[in-house]
Design a protein around this ligand. Structure first.
Ligand code: ADP
Ligand code: MG
Length: 678
């Protein structure tokens, strides 16, 4: 057997167990060794029987003959007595008839189970029992608990690992020897062994630290390599022209906030350099990022460069197009703005492409498909990417016409990325933060609602609609689904338009509709021709409709915190009070997570909380195409992160050749594509 052997070569793994392991992502022995426990139970403390207290206990005792019998309604009970020097205790198993024969009377066992009341007698209930040895698996030690699947329990996974564990010796080391020494790390194979079969708490902590270090080290190294690669490239310098910046800000109907000013200034400094800008403009929904991005765009346009402005959806591209045109009107630059999206007629598209090629259009607004469309830019100086989390060197290359220059890139996101995560994952990026909102906004009032108060809620909402405001209803599904019981946009649209709000104008919007239909529904909503828009999360980012003040999110418990926070940013974008109602799937108690949304409107605080509760994979997983895989490292472990980042920097400073580290190299290749946020 080798690391690459199929798990089916392990004893007791037939077709069925294979299939279950596959569900857990485990195919080979190496996968099994790599299967990280979710948590641990500490059963290493052996108790004396006469001192047992209710709760989980572990004893070392001789077991008398076990006897089984069927009691009422087919329930089977096995009973035995376990005795040590201090006393005896009854063991009881329910519906495990095989125990009767499995127990070897008179032998010494480790027994771990719940000490509790059975009928009127204290007993150890459903215990694990194994013969005393120097390598217990399920008892008398710190025991790992794995993510399980139906019919495959941790005890079974441990048993398989017990057989496979000698092979950890073959696991290759991934980190350079000097890193292991300098940062006092456990060798990799030892760390995996201790992770599954920890000798004690201290060694377990040491093992976890090693594995966590490796995760953060790899991410940091990938991100640093991206950064240095980019620093080798040349970009065109777009110099700062004070008069233009002043003319623009003077023409706005509002004053920029201090943070908008600061962000714009940082961007202007980057643009003036001959190395490509790689900056992330991070700001909560409605914080005014678009204005700042436009300030960057005009500087490039003024000096004869083209700007590509990319949005995640066609809807948003159109909206950005409108916004930018409005913002540029006083400067008389509007003729230079063009829209290029898939929904355009073929002829319109072609003529736009021609104008772009001729340099007639200088700000090209489109979806991310701009990268794929056969657009030839004259002189691309700046790329602005809204809410897109992958725009790397490859994407830059495909957009640029002349190979000698890399465009500057400004990415914008409303997803609050906690600092710890940003440093680890996006260490290559410079970050500008806008975390204050324009003053005249009232914080959105968020309330959790239970389905049995729906009628009352609709009455409350109708008062807002009566006053001329509009409402979004967001559903997790487009159509009804058997496999995922939740409200669908189609169903809800049906109910609201024919029953609950039949006196109002209701529209439906979702991702499966034709582009033209989507557009016309959205347009009606924008123009106030609809009171209610039932939709899916397609409205998630960027949509700006100041008169929409109410948002109702169905099955709110099915959404992530960060996602709901983004969604509710669609309302309360004016001086009217905004309301967000979080409708639960059923009448059970809302989670701590959801309650946090009621009390906090701080996107960063919510993201930190989401990170703590669900982990980075769950929150950023979709953005990262599932590859962000911190299984052991905790982003709250500041010391470890600092050590791993300094190790990665040292790796580069030592001019280590990644090719000498095969495993690490493979991992880094994958990660580089991921960390390329922008
Ligand atoms: P974001 O892209 O960050 O979600 P936007 O740039 O779309 O936010 O801005 C939201 C709204 O706030 C827009 O209508 C914009 O004109 C307005 N706005 C932006 N900056 C300010 C400001 N400093 N004061 C008042 N309103 C502003
Ligand atoms: Mg926006």
């Amino acid at each position: 057997m080798t690391l690459d052997s199929s798990v089916s070569e392990l004893r007791g793994v037939g077709e069925e167990v294979s299939r279950k392991l596959e569900i857990l992502g485990v195919r080979t022995v190496a996968d099994l060794l790599d299967y990280v426990p979710r948590r641990y139970d500490d059963y290493s403390q052996i108790d004396e029987i006469n001192k047992l207290k209710p709760g989980m206990v572990t004893v070392q005792a001789k077991i008398t003959q076990a006897t089984g019998r069927y009691v009422r309604r087919g329930m089977h009970v096995t009973e035995a007595i376990a005795s040590d020097d201090s006393g005896s205790v009854r063991l009881v198993w329910f519906n495990q008839p095989y125990r009767t024969n499995a127990i070897k009377a008179g032998k010494d066992y480790y027994i771990t189970g719940e000490f509790g009341m059975r009928r009127t007698k204290l007993s150890i209930l459903n215990p694990s029992a194994e013969l005393v040895s120097d390598f217990p698996v399920n008892t008398a030690r710190i025991v790992p608990v794995y993510r399980e699947t139906k019919g495959l329990k941790s005890a079974q996974i441990r048993k398989l690992l017990r057989e496979a564990i000698p092979l950890v010796r073959n696991l290759p080391e991934t980190l350079p020897e000097w890193v292991i020494e300098q940062y006092n790390l456990m060798p990799r194979s030892a760390a995996f062994e201790m992770m599954h079969f920890p000798a004690d708490a201290k060694l377990l902590a040491h093992a976890k630290r090693r594995l966590a270090y490796e995760e953060v080290f790899s991410l940091s190294l990938a991100s640093l390599l991206n950064k240095y690669e980019l620093l080798q490239k040349k970009a065109v310098a777009i110099s700062f022209q004070e008069k233009l910046a002043r003319d623009f800000t003077d023409s706005l109907s509002f004053n920029l906030t201090d943070q908008q000013r600061k962000a714009a200034w940082q961007i202007y400094q980057d643009l003036a350099k001959t190395t490509p800008m790689n900056r992330l403009l991070e700001g909560d929904v409605g914080s005014g990022k678009t204005v700042v991005a436009t300030m960057a765009a005009i500087m490039a346009v003024e000096q004869g460069f083209q700007v590509a402005f990319m949005a995640p959806t066609e809807l948003l591209a159109r909206q950005h197009y409108q916004t930018i045109q409005t913002l540029l009107k006083p400067l008389k630059l509007t003729k230079k703005v063009g829209l290029l999206v898939g929904g355009l007629k073929k002829s319109a598209k072609q003529s736009m492409q021609k104008r772009i090629k001729a340099g007639d259009v200088q700000i090209i607004v489109g979806t991310h498909a701009l990268v794929q469309e056969k657009v030839t830019m004259q002189n691309l100086g700046l790329v602005i990417v809204d809410e897109q989390h992958r725009f790397g060197v490859e994407q830059r290359k495909s957009l640029q016409a002349k190979a000698e220059f890399m465009p500057h890139v400004l990415a914008m996101t409303a997803t609050p990325i906690p600092r710890s995560l940003a440093l680890t994952l996006y260490g290559e990026l410079d970050i500008s933060l806008i975390n204050t909102k324009p003053q005249d906004r009232k914080p959105i009032k968020t309330s959790i609602c239970s389905p049995n108060s729906r009628a009352a809620l609709y009455k409350t909402i109708d008062k807002e609609l009566e006053a001329g405001r509009q409402m979004f209803v967001v559903c997790p599904l487009i159509s009804e689904s058997d496999s995922f019981p939740a409200q669908s946009a189609e169903q809800v649209y049906e109910k609201l338009s024919s029953r609950d709000f039949k006196h109002r104008r209701v529209g439906l919007l979702h991702g499966k509709m034709k582009a033209a239909d989507k557009e016309s529904v959205m347009d009606e909503f924008v123009r106030g021709k609809l009171d209610i828009l039932v939709s899916t999360t397609v409205i998630e980012v960027g949509v700006d409709i100041p008169n929409a003040t109410v948002m109702l999110i169905e099955n709110a418990d099915r959404f992530g915190l960060a996602q709901i926070h983004q969604l509710r940013g669609r309302v309360g974008r004016s001086s009217h009070q905004g309301f967000c109602y979080l409708m639960l799937s059923d009448s059970t108690q809302p989670s701590r997570r959801l309650r946090a949304l009621e009390s906090s409107t701080d996107g960063f605080a919510l993201a930190e909380l989401d990170l703590e509760i669900r982990g980075p994979g769950a929150i950023y997983g979709t953005l990262q195409h599932g590859a962000l895989d911190l299984r052991v490292a905790k982003l709250t472990d500041v010391k470890l992160i600092a050590a791993a980042r300094s190790g990665a920097q040292a790796f580069i400073d030592h001019q280590e050749n990644l090719l000498h580290y095969h495993e690490l190299h493979e991992r880094i290749k994958k990660l580089r594509a991921v960390t390329n946020l922008n």
